[in-house]
Write a protein that binds this ligand. Structure first.
Ligand code: 3PG
Ligand code: MG
Length: 407
């Protein structure tokens, strides 16, 4: 694992600490409707404030192209304040006089949230001039926004490269990096990956990379249909990607040549339409009718997946097995989630999961707290699983100077 600075070594007392956070949280009627991402950053914010830092929050919200009150971070501030149990200020811009005045008025231990960084086009362009203006507002940089680390933007990339700011991973970022290292750099073997979801097209790189890392790859979700077609199975009216059948065949061939086990569903829950509580049938993979849609894995597949987990020591999971938003097509995912949680709680499995749908499914199964590490990242988790060093992580790595001869 690359070397990162440790936040506890930072002397933050009286310093202006710029903290990149991900406040891109779901909102409903002007209020935060899911505060998971805010809860994750609380330890970092409280630790810095308690040590006398002047904590300045930088974040994007949604995807505005210009200043637009609809995308203001202001309505998020009360939720941050509630969770850190202290007042949190707000500045109506993230650079310029409004930001400068608000920061100049801060006292040690104060927390201030700056307005949406994406109100400036320089943010998404990773623009150096804009980044320098952000950097000038602080003395130290902390990134606690793993879920935005796959973006190479000014507030998490150029802000470090154009400035002399020393960059630290925050607590939440560090735990994401540690989890990835535990899963991929020095995992307990055998390692199993579950990759589900709708589309092979979004996960091709992921599948290819995972095959080099895991003993067993379990493929689920509608993307499994493309693999089944590649094996000559009939999938009826099920969703699949005809242009990726050849790629699916290549992945199976790669698995074989690497000596990895690739697991596909052996039975399915099918229906004529995708909606909640429609009539369903359980069929083997050879019995899918011409008008059937495969909407979940069947009981024999669940049993097989659970038996694979029982002989695994590490699990990496991205993507649900079925159309889990509609009952009863959440059953397969929930049963596997329960098994993973039980094995984890019994100390037999180290489990890592991430991605929006996966986290939603774990919540549905009420097992999230029993999984070893649930990533806050969607795209960031996926790209990490593809073996990439994320731009927002790259700038946190301490360069290794090679020892001089004789040292
Ligand atoms: C996210 O919600 O995935 C992150 O905050 C990144 O947002 P983006 O996809 O709009 O870049
Ligand atoms: Mg996104």
């Amino acid at each position: 694992m690359p070397t990162f600075r440790s936040l506890e070594d930072a002397n933050v007392n009286g310093k202006r600490v710029l903290v990149r956070v991900d406040l891109n949280v779901p909102m409903q009627d002007g209020k935060v409707s899911d505060s998971t991402r805010i809860q994750e950053i609380v330890p970092t914010l409280v630790e810095l404030a308690d040590k006398g830092a002047r904590v300045i929050l930088l974040s994007h919200f949604d995807r505005p192209k210009r200043p637009d009150p609809k995308y203001s971070l202001r309505p998020v501030v009360p939720e941050i304040a509630r969770l850190v149990k202290r007042p949190v200020g707000f500045a109506e811009d993230c650079i310029g006089p409004k930001a400068e005045r608000a920061i100049a008025a801060m006292k040690d231990g104060d927390i201030l949230c700056l307005e949406n960084t994406r109100f400036h086009p320089g943010e998404e362009k990773n623009d150096e001039e804009f980044a320098a203006k952000l950097a000038a507002l602080g003395d130290i940089f902390v990134d606690d926004a793993f879920s935005a680390a796959h973006r190479e933007h000014a507030s998490n990339s150029a802000i470090v490269t154009v400035s002399n700011l020393i960059a630290y991973p925050g607590r939440a970022m560090k735990s994401e990096l540690d989890a990835l290292a535990r899963a991929f750099e020095h995992p307990r073997h055998p390692v199993t990956a579950i990759v589900g979801g709708a589309k092979v097209s979004t996960k091709l790189e992921l599948l290819g990379h995972l095959l080099t890392k895991v003993e067993t790859l379990i493929i689920g979700g509608a993307m499994a249909n493309t693999f089944l077609v590649a094996q000559g199975k009939a999938v009826g009216k099920s969703l699949y990607e005809s242009d990726l059948v050849a790629a699916a065949r290549d992945i199976m061939a790669k698995a074989k040549s690497l000596g990895r086990e690739a697991v596909l569903p052996v039975d399915a829950v099918v229906a004529k339409t995708l909606a909640a509580h429609v009539p369903t049938r359980v069929v083997s993979m050879d019995e899918v009718g011409a008008t059937d849609m495969i909407l979940d894995i069947g009981p024999r597949t669940v049993e097989h997946v659970v038996s694979v987990l029982a002989r695994s020591k590490t699990l990496v999971w991205n993507g649900p097995f079925g159309a889990f938003e509609h009952e009863p097509f959440d059953n397969g995912t929930i049963e596997v989630a329960e098994a993973a949680a039980e094995l984890t709680a019994a100390g037999k499995l180290i489990s890592f999961a991430g991605g929006g749908d996966t986290v939603a499914a774990l919540n549905l199964a009420s097992v999230k707290h029993r999984i070893t590490h649930v990533s806050t990242g969607g795209g960031a988790f996926l790209e990490s699983l593809e073996g990439k060093t994320l731009p927002g992580v790259k700038v946190l790595i301490v360069p290794q100077t090679s020892p001089l001869p004789g040292e």
